[in-house]
Design a binder for this molecule. Structure first.
Ligand code: SAH
Length: 546
């Protein structure tokens, strides 16, 4: 039995270490700080119990030892119960994270533990805002301080200020003015560049650039926890920043079935968006339990063609075969590159993929049937129960005998309690099929539609129009990548949906009050809120929590 003290990184789930991700995926219990981004928590095993030991919103005071003692006791108790415990801490566990204290407590209790270092916000957040903490000719050293210690560490700050090295101040909440005064008193020029970054490496990252003088004047006062301050000549650099990503700040709803959402979620995240997973459909077995599909699989080699119109169909059908030889001489068509890739993964190379990824385009390139002695050539079409008639009708017109076999059904999903509320501050919604459109309207109605509607292609757009939704962007190429690209192009023109985001963040701040910058890491807060949270990966930390 081991407790794993894991650094969660600064926010971006891509910056979690591989070891950290591995442990999260297999943990029984995850004890985490409020600071840990929901996108990182979402990587925890679905059966893991999540325990939030962050300070409750509204508690400004940094409590320290009492609650830290209770966290220590909790770790020991869970470990003794035989659970695999991940203690997940923002950034690196040993940098202003009290990870050392927890390790000592475990050692004293005779509980085995492992430390998994993390990417610290101290270096990653400046980098994500375009500032290298050291840079030839500008800074040859960097110091990391805690804003809470400013009162006590005057001498230390003076010592550091005297040089030219970069100073990174964590937990900098209510200290802007005092910090600025100290820095100047110790000899730094009032015109020294300063960078303030809030929620660095996340889709909500915001930053401010100015000088010590402007910091003193309160120009960055609206920046709140978690935020850090960088002081020094390097802060004048502005290299590539997370904030420049095409979808930075966009909250984008993904309506695809849960098991299919991953690629879209990842692609949106890579462009800086905050994906909001709201699966409105799920897949169910065919009404006959798959009997017809199994029968079709058994006589597969008798067909001239097999046409796959979705990865779902591939995933349902291929496991019924002994191996790829079961296709015999049958040729294989795939409606698009995603479907073709799913076939490829199973050793089947599609013979035909149309230039546009809709049924109509497949019909345009499908060879006309050439007669054979034993009657019309045959096509097997394993697909969703409720699919359009375009393809079977068109193939019959081309002279084929078509067997449409139900491979799965698309049914409306039951959203998790409260999940629909995430729509209220979403900026865009993505529809990847007609069934996602129809189920969305059934579940959420039209009134909760986010301002921007992105559709994967003409068929989905037509369904949206029929349902009374006006489509803002349509993918030029009907693939997940095409959809994300279209949305990114639109976002480039429309700009960051900033006003709403800033408003929401301000709401959360006013609840926390000044000085609430403990972020649950160094200052665990009081009382210990031992709460097993529901999975709401769409919720950013610090906002929207009652
Ligand atoms: N162990 C953590 C730091 C814990 S102290 C680490 O290595 O990163 C908590 C402070 O870290 C916050 O008050 C804030 O100053 C800083 N911080 C953490 N994550 C941040 C983020 N995403 N953006 C800006 N500052 C962050």
């Amino acid at each position: 039995v081991t407790v794993h003290l894991v650094g969660a990184g600064p926010g971006d789930p891509g910056l979690l270490t591989r070891r950290g991700a591995e442990l999260l995926a297999t943990a029984d219990v995850v004890v985490h700080d409020r600071l840990v981004d929901p996108a990182v928590l979402a990587l925890a095993s679905p059966r893991a119990r999540l325990i939030d030991v962050g300070k409750p919103a509204g508690r400004g005071a940094c409590a320290g030892h009492a609650s830290q003692a209770r966290i220590n006791a909790l770790l020991v108790a869970e470990a003794r119960h035989g659970a695999t415990v991940v203690r997940l801490k923002g950034g690196d566990p040993f940098l202003f994270g009290r990870g050392g204290e927890e390790a000592l407590a475990l050692e004293q209790a005779g509980v085995a533990y492992e430390v998994v270092p993390g990417v610290s916000s101290a270096f990653a957040v400046p980098a994500a805002a375009g500032v290298p903490v050291t840079h030839r000719g500008l800074a040859r050293s960097v110091s990391v301080l805690s804003g809470h210690d400013l009162a006590g560490s005057g001498a230390l700050l003076e010592h550091l200020s005297a040089g030219e090295g970069t100073i990174v101040v964590l937990m900098s909440g209510a200290t802007h003015r005092r910090l600025a005064e100290r820095l100047v008193a110790a000899g730094r020029r009032p015109s020294t560049p300063v960078l303030v970054v809030e929620r660095g490496t996340t889709p909500e990252q915001r930053s401010w650039r100015g000088t010590i003088e402007q910091l003193a004047a309160g120009d960055a006062a609206s920046f709140a926890s978690p935020a850090l301050i960088v002081v020094g000549e390097v802060a004048s650099l502005a290299l590539a920043s997370y904030e420049q990503r095409a979808l930075a700040g966009w909250r984008v709803v993904v309506t695809r079935a849960e098991h299919q959402a991953r690629t879209l979620v990842t692609a949106l995240g890579a462009l800086g968006a905050r994906p909001v997973e709201l699966p409105v459909i799920s897949l169910a077995p065919p009404l006959d339990g798959g009997a017809a599909l199994a029968a079709a699989a058994a006589r597969l080699a008798a067909y001239d063609w097999v046409v796959f119109t979705s990865t779902n169909a591939v995933e349902r059908f291929l496991p019924l075969l002994r191996d790829a030889r079961s296709f015999g001489a049958a040729r294989v068509a795939a409606i698009g590159p995603g479907t073709a890739a799913a076939l490829g993964e199973r050793g089947v190379l599609a013979d035909l993929v149309p230039p546009r990824f809709v049924a109509e385009a497949l019909l345009e390139v499908f060879p006309a049937a050439t007669g054979r002695s034993s009657g019309a050539p045959t096509v097997l079409l394993p697909r969703a129960a409720e699919a359009r008639q375009v393809l079977p009708q068109g193939l019959r017109r081309l002279g084929y005998s078509v067997d449409v076999v139900e491979a799965y059904r698309t049914v409306r999903a039951v959203p998790a309690p409260g999940a629909l509320e995430a729509l209220e501050n979403a900026d865009a919604v993505t529809f990847t099929s007609s069934s996602t459109v129809r189920s969305f309207v059934e579940l959420a109605g039209r009134s909760r539609l986010p301002p921007v509607v992105a559709s994967i292609g003409p068929v989905t757009s037509a369904t949206a129009a029929e349902a009374g939704l006006s489509v803002t962007v349509e993918a030029e190429t009907s693939t997940i990548a095409g959809l994300v690209e279209a949305l990114a192009l639109y976002a480039r023109r429309a700009g960051r949906p900033g006003a709403r985001a800033a408003g929401a963040a301000l709401g959360a701040r006013s609840r926390n009050g000044p000085g609430a910058d403990c972020a649950g890491a160094d200052c665990a807060g009081d009382p210990l809120s031992r709460r097993t949270t529901a999975r709401t990966p769409q919720q950013p930390p610090g906002s929207l929590r009652p």
